[in-house]
Design a protein around this ligand. Structure first.
Ligand SMILES: *[C@@H]1O[C@H](CO)[C@@H](O)[C@H](O)[C@H]1NC(C)=O
Ligand SMILES: *[C@@H]1O[C@H](CO)[C@@H](O)[C@H](O)[C@H]1NC(C)=O
Ligand SMILES: *[C@@H]1O[C@H](CO)[C@@H](O)[C@H](O)[C@H]1NC(C)=O
Ligand SMILES: *[C@@H]1O[C@H](CO)[C@@H](O)[C@H](O)[C@H]1NC(C)=O
Length: 485
């Protein structure tokens, strides 16, 4: 071996042996303090019951109990199973997405019946519209029924598989070359696999050890790491913010946006405003890694995690955003394991939601905000989701929400509606934002990213940068508001 090579090896060994513990001790950014010494890994969390107000105005229309996606979508699960057996991807050729106005009486009831017969499922919606997914083999019958009931709709996506094929084209050679030079494979020109996202996080921790560190806070059902990245200059007076993405597997714009936020704050940290620097950022880009990978290799429309349930109705997956332990099991969540909004066997029955809650509970960080990124619809939602009540400080949340929405619109032009999730959309219990709020985290928001339905979940890659840039503007506004607390 050449002399210089020996020197390099010797240096590396010396560094690893002697310097690693030292570096750790000297870098405040590496220390992730735990709250007290109390740890309750097996217990259900202690929940502080926060008093709620039923809003005095009657803006909240009385609606039939559960209207959104509460019904079995077994047919879709069966499609997925067939693809599994055949070792192919689920094929959505000829499937359509319609926008349906639900203001006329009877429309919701008709759609509910179609859903129970597994002819349609609901992608998104609010109090006046629903985006409805129609399987190709059901198109004829559903169209006939809609005509008979005089329900008007318009076709937004006329061949879903075509959209899926066009959504995430491979990178060109220039981009791939750039990736190699950068030291990680992450870009915001493509939706990346989990490996690239994790590689990017590890790269940042290695490159900026003084401010960035990565911890695995738990494992998914299939054993994948739940990796949280922390950006912190270690000042003890810092506030803290927790951000997550990818709770729902198919909402690809969410991890893409969250990793963009990481990249912008990490790469320019020294030039950032004090508002940003005086916060410890804890960021988990993919809460549901098993589901996320599954959407890449098997079923683009998978939503839940991948933990199987056993019993008479054996199906795979729980909706992690119905599995959190505040008012778990209430409205807008299903007890049917085959439903897309299955709440799980009990609160925090799923390893992914459990890990997030344990981490937040046991952290000494004084979290002032919890942001969870979803898609789609362009909404900034605050608690409560479980019912049409609001927390006592809802006016604060509304004001901050509206200032975030204004920053988003000023940056990229997208209009986000602001309100409580149950008030603006529909009740949904077991959501992560409700739980975070119940822990005393002041600004708990669910952010439904773009778009408003033209592409829905299948948002082309050209949207990543504009959507993420708007979101960053919103996060900056939130940061400034936190320092006013
Ligand atoms: C409800 O959805 C429709 C269609 O996507 C949209 O035009 C409308 O603005 C939404 N309502 C609210 C309050 O955001
Ligand atoms: C469509 O309706 C016909 C007649 O009611 C029925 O025989 C057929 O099974 C239906 N197709 C689907 C996919 O439900
Ligand atoms: C639909 O409209 C037609 C013609 O306007 C009317 O005769 C029929 O009764 C309507 N059907 C329903 C279910 O409202
Ligand atoms: C946490 O932050 C809030 C305001 O954001 C402040 O009122 C409170 O004193 C802080 N708690 C601790 C333990 O630092």
């Amino acid at each position: 071996m050449k002399m210089w090579l020996w020197t390099v090896v010797l240096l590396a060994v010396t560094t690893l042996t002697f310097c690693t513990p030292l570096i750790n001790e000297l870098e405040p950014g590496k220390d992730w303090p735990k709250r007290g010494s109390v740890k309750q890994p097996q217990d259900e969390p202690e929940i502080t019951e926060i008093s709620t107000e039923v809003p005095s105005n009657t803006d909240f229309k009385e609606r039939t109990p559960v209207e959104f996606g509460d019904e079995i979508e077994e047919e879709i699960a069966i499609l997925a199973k067939a693809a599994e057996v055949a070792d192919t991807k689920v094929d959505y050729s000829g499937a359509q997405v319609w926008k349906v106005s639900t203001e006329k009486t009877g429309v919701r009831a008709t759609l509910g019946r179609l859903r129970r017969r597994n002819l349609i499922s609901t992608w998104a919606g609010n109090q006046t519209y629903l985006d409805v997914f129609v399987k190709s083999n059901a198109l004829q019958n559903v169209t006939r029924i809609m005509k008979r009931e005089n329900i008007t709709f318009h076709i937004v996506i006329d061949d879903l598989q075509k959209r899926i094929n066009e959504e995430n084209p491979p990178l060109d050679e220039n981009e791939i070359e750039l990736q190699d030079r950068r030291g990680h494979r992450m870009t915001w020109k493509q939706y990346h696999r989990l490996e690239d996202i994790h590689g990017f996080m590890d790269y940042l921790a290695k490159t900026y050890p003084k401010i960035i560190s990565v911890n695995t806070i738990g494992k998914s059902y299939e054993g994948r790491d739940l990796k949280v990245l922390r950006i912190s200059d270690g000042k003890p007076t810092n506030k803290a913010v927790f951000i997550d993405g990818g709770i729902h597997a198919r909402e690809w714009i969410s991890p893409a946006t969250v990793t963009y936020l990481i990249n912008q704050i990490a790469e320019n940290f020294d030039e950032e405003s004090d508002d940003i620097k005086n916060i410890d950022w804890y960021i988990l880009p993919v809460v549901n890694p098993d589901g996320y990978e599954y959407t890449h290799v098997k079923d683009r429309l998978w939503r839940k995690n991948r933990k199987p349930t056993i019993g008479t109705r054996a199906c795979v997956g729980a909706d992690l955003n119905r599995n959190f332990g505040y008012r778990w099991g209430g409205k807008g969540a299903s007890s049917n394991p085959c439903s897309d909004i299955y709440r799980g066997a009990r609160a925090f029955s799923e390893p992914e939601s459990k890990a997030v809650s344990e981490f937040i509970k046991n952290s000494a960080a004084n979290f002032s905000a919890y942001l969870t990124y979803h898609s789609y619809g362009q909404y900034l939602l605050y608690p409560w989701g479980y019912d049409t009540a609001v927390p006592p400080d809802h006016k604060d949340l509304d004001i901050v929400g509206k200032s975030i929405a204004a920053a988003i619109e000023n940056t990229g032009g997208s209009k986000y509606s602001v309100g409580s999730s149950s008030g603006l959309l529909y009740p949904a219990s077991g959501g992560s934002d409700d739980w975070a709020k119940a822990q005393g985290i002041k600004y708990a928001f669910t952010i439904e990213l773009s778009d408003t339905g033209r592409y829905g979940f299948i948002l082309p890659t050209s949207f990543i940068e504009p959507v993420a840039r708007e979101s960053l503007a919103g996060v900056r506004v939130l940061a400034s508001q936190i320092h006013k607390l």
